[in-house]
Structures are given as C-alpha cells and as structure tokens.
Write a protein that binds this ligand. Structure first.
Ligand code: S3P
Length: 425
C-alpha cells in the first residue's frame, strides 16, 4: 500500500475498543455464570481468535457488531475442543488461555501463526508448571504449539523476571482454580486490566505494590462491560496530531488507565500540546477525550517503571523522536524484541532506510532527531503496530512510502487507513 506526505490532520476520531480489555471480557465471561454483555468490543483479528477458541470449547457467543453476548457456563463449564485451538497472531489469547486450560479436566493443544510459533512461552510454562500444570512445547523450543493436560493446581508465590501482564494474568487465572492463595510479583507494574475486571466478576483479587494476589473462586458472575477506546490505537493519532504541522485532532473516549498512559506522560515531557477532556470513570476503567495539537518536540530519556505502561507505543514514540530536537534514549525495553516482530530491529532498519539517525542498543534505541525523512519501501513484517507507525511517518516524509503487508492492521484496528485518510485536509 502506498502513502505520501500530507497536509494537516484535523477533526475527531473514535478509535476502536481496547484489545486487552476485549480479550479479557470474553475469557472471563466464558468461565462466569450468566450472560456477559460487552459493548464496544474490538472486532480485530486477535480478539476474534479469542472468541473462536471459546466457541470451540462449547461457549455460545453472539457477535452483534459492536455488542457481544457471552453465555458463560461457569468455572467448570468448558468442554474439550475437537481439535487444535488456533490463537492466530495473538500472544494475549495464547498466554491467558493457557492459565485457564491448565486447570481443566481435559487435554488440549494450542497453536497460532508463524509469529506466535516464535514467541517465548517458557515465561508462562515455568510458573504454570510450578502450580502443577502439565504443559509442554511440542517442538521442544519453548514456543507454541503447546500441549496442556489439565491438572489440579496449587497456589504459588511467583517472582516474575519480566513485567508482563500476559504472564501475570496467566498465573492469576490459574490461581482462580488453585487450592490456596497465588501471588505474582513483577519487577515493575504491568497493565492491571485482569485484576480490575476479575474483581468486577466477583473474584477475590488485590494488589500490593507490584504484587497481585488472588484467592481461588467458587464462581464468577457475568457482567456488563463497556470497553474503552484503545490508547495503543489512539497513539497513532496522538503522534500524527503532534507532528504534522497545523494539525489538531480530538480523539474520543480513550482508556487512560495509569498502567497504560505512559505515552501521555512521554509526549508532555517532550513538550507536546496534549490536553485531556471529559475525564470519567463510567466504564470501570478511566476514560477521557484527548486533544492533540501540532507541537515542537524535544528529545528525552525513557526507561524504568514507565516502560510497561507504554510498551506497545514504543515504535510510534521512536518514530516521533526522529522529528524532535536533540537526542531520545529508549532503554529497559528489551521486551520489544519478542513482540509480534523484533520491534527494535524493525524500527531501526526502517527508520534508517528513511534517512533517520537511529542506533540499536541491547535494550532499546538512541534516536537523534531533526534529519528530514524520505519515503521508501517499508517492510512491516506483518506487525500491525509497525504498519500503523509508518503510515503516520509517511505523512511527514518527502515523496512516497510503500508499506509491505499493510493489511496486517486488521489485528487491532481494521479501519485504521480509512480513519487516517478522513482526517487529512
Ligand atoms: C498485553 C500485554 C502486553 C502487550 C500486549 C497485550 C495484555 O504484553 O504488549 O499487546 O493484554 O496483557 P506482555 O505481557 O508480553 O508485556
């Protein structure tokens, strides 16, 4: 798909529902009793993979466009699927569902696409095995396909080596079925949607600093969930609004949970004119409208506890730094290497090809801003966030930018290109 430099972006956009919250609403609804009604569910390929896995385990799920009805069958109502469960491109589906499947009374095999089959699964296999799960990588390489033989579980105290909500959530979900308390301590706090939503469903879960504690549940209860707009999708419009001269964008109804809002803090620190309007808590998660106006940005250092709160936004932030004055250092972000693609490598290669001054480091990047960028051919490596990042960069680069595999945005934001085109004046 081809893109060219464009004029200012102006107007309003409502980004689709949050991916993390959408996944969890279907998963928890499936093992709750009663019906869970989900509004503003993200109809992206990843969340549809979660729906399809639970349908294959006997859960009736009605998908009526924006609204989903999950007819939960209770904590022990899942049935053995009649074949392999396909998690597609979705790490969240693969890792969270493994926590639930570890405790069922059947055996199941999980797999996904080529990218999923390269992503590390020891990070969930280790703690789940400590809890008594029988889980193995069928190719012996620590990746999917995974065979999970459901087993009785016991609570553990787990010191996670990574700040990962997927690891934390897999252990907490297994902990729902364990025979005692389960504690997960992370090096830094990762997104807490599992804790917030499980508590709404009636689970006994609490947080002590960077430790999440859960007690086994006899039953969860179906809920009405209003999914906030995804701040990770809003990030592309925040960046476009700040970077393209003369722009002013209002992004409506964005989730601003403090475990996800690092992008807002970083933009402000870089000098952005970014305002939060209409803040409210109506949906169980804090939301606000975001107003982004074109701004002169300067480089900063990004590292430490803020990293998990903006991990998926780092490709866009790295690209933004190319247009900021001075140096931006991103560190403590080695996790970027094990996302849908190696996002350090793919960002450094593609930004360099456009003329940027960017250097790879073992746990991040150093970007010296201010060089003009030019269009070229960009390989998205079928990573949705890379494709969207470079669609935004193309608005500022001289000439034409060709993005290979651009259609991969269907993972988290199927209407992204239409929304972007509509805002260009
Ligand atoms: C997610 C957690 C993060 C994030 C991913 C979604 C989640 O992954 O990158 O897009 O919904 O829990 P990690 O837990 O691997 O950091």
């Amino acid at each position: 798909m081809n893109f060219s430099k464009c004029g200012p972006l102006r107007g309003e956009v409502t980004v689709p529902g949050d991916k993390s919250v959408s996944h969890r609403s279907v998963m928890f609804g499936s093992i709750a009793s009663g019906t869970t009604e989900i509004h503003n569910f993200l109809q992206g390929a990843d969340c549809l993979s979660t729906i399809s896995c639970f349908r294959r385990m006997g859960i009736e799920i009605e998908n009526k466009g924006g609204t989903i009805l999950v007819h939960g069958r209770g904590m022990h109502g899942l049935q053995k699927p009649d074949g392999i469960l396909d998690c597609g491109n979705s790490g969240t589906t693969t890792r969270l569902i493994s926590g639930i499947l570890s405790a069922q009374d059947f055996t199941v095999t999980l797999t996904g696409d080529a990218s999923i089959q390269k992503r590390p699964m020891e990070r969930i296999m280790d703690p789940l095995s400590q809890m008594g799960a029988k889980i193995r990588s069928l190719h012996g390489n620590g990746c999917a396909p995974l065979e999970i033989i459901g087993s009785p579980l016991h609570g553990i105290r787990y010191l996670s080596p990574v700040a990962s909500a997927q690891v934390k959530s897999a252990v907490l979900l297994a902990g729902l079925y364990a025979d005692g308390e389960t504690r997960v301590t992370e090096p830094e706090l990762s997104r807490n949607h599992t804790e917030l939503m499980l508590s709404r469903f009636g689970a006994d879960v609490r947080t002590e600093n960077t430790t999440a504690v859960i007690r086994p549940a006899a039953e969860l209860y179906g809920q009405k969930i209003l999914v906030p707009g995804d701040i990770s999708s809003a990030a592309f419009f925040i960046a476009a609004g700040l970077l393209v001269p003369g722009s002013e964008l209002l992004i409506r109804n964005v989730g601003i949970n403090p475990t996800r809002d690092g992008i807002l803090r970083v933009c402000r620190k870089m000098g952005a004119d970014l305002t939060l309007l209409n803040e409210n808590h109506g949906a169980g998660e804090p939301v606000a409208d975001l107003l982004a106006k074109s701004s002169r940005l300067h480089g900063i250092t990004i590292g430490g506890a803020i990293i998990p709160t903006l991990i998926d936004e780092l490709p866009m932030i790295a690209a933004m730094a190319c247009f900021a004055e001075g140096e931006t250092i991103i560190r403590d972000a080695a996790e970027l290497k094990v996302k849908e693609s190696n996002r350090i490598d793919v960002m450094v290669r593609n930004l360099s090809a456009m003329g940027a001054d960017v250097e790879e480091t073992p746990d991040g990047m150093v970007i010296r801003g201010g060089r003009p960028l030019h269009g070229t051919q960009i390989d998205s490596r079928l990573d949705h966030r890379i494709a969207m990042t470079f669609a935004v960069v193309s608005c500022l680069a001289e000439g034409e930018t060709e993005i290979l595999g651009a259609e991969c945005v269907n993972i988290s934001y199927p209407e992204f290109y239409q929304d972007l085109a509509r805002l260009i004046q």
